[in-house]
Each structure stands twice: as C-alpha cells, then as structure tokens.
Write a new protein. Structure first.
Length: 111
C-alpha cells in the first residue's frame, strides 16, 4: 500500500499523487519567483547606488534631518523591495528544499 502524506491537517494524499502535484507546481512557480527576485534585487541595487549605502546602514543611522521628500519616499520603497528580496529568496529556498526531498524520497522508496 502506498504511503499517504497529511497536508494542512485536513487532506491526505497518496505519495504518488502528491509528488507530481508538487513537481508541476514548482515548474510553474519557480520561473515567476526567480524573475521576482531578480526584479527586487535590481530595485534594491538602484537605491544602493543612488545613496551609496545599504538599507540596513541607512536604517541604523536614520534619515538625515534635512532628508528630502524624495528620500523619504525612496526609503519606504527601498524597505519594501528589501522585504520582497527576503520573502522571495525564502520561498525559492523552501521550494527547492521540497523538490530535493521529493527526489530523495522517490530514490529511497520504490514504487
């Protein structure tokens, strides 16, 4: 009998169904996430080049007292893109981990 995997405490799927669902989902989602990560990193780089510092350094120092409206707006947008980088990189890492574990389980357990 094929093993089942409990998902979200309310659904059970046989492994032979879960594996292709995860693989196919990853194939569709990974290119989007990789593109989103690239875009976010590019946006962060624009701000780093513009202000010759990193967001972490600027955040630690604080905005200068004479910071312009533009700098305030950039600071908010910079923070947003930094969060997108972190969240998207984490999602990519987790999906890659899931795929690696799937491949490992397929090699270990014969069908």
């Amino acid at each position: 009998m094929e093993a089942t995997v409990k998902i979200l405490d309310w659904v059970e799927l046989p492994t032979f169904e879960l594996i292709p669902i995860l693989r196919q989902g990853a194939v569709l989602r990974l290119p989007y996430l990789e593109s989103r990560l690239w875009e976010a990193q590019a946006q962060v780089k624009v701000f780093e080049d513009k202000y010759a510092t990193t967001f972490a350094e600027l955040n630690a120092r604080g905005l200068p007292d004479n910071a312009s409206y533009e700098m305030h707006e950039d600071f908010i947008e910079w923070e947003y893109w930094g969060e997108v980088v972190q969240e998207t990189a984490a999602a990519l890492h987790n999906i890659e981990t899931i795929l690696a574990k799937i491949e490992e389980s397929v090699r270990v357990s014969p069908r």
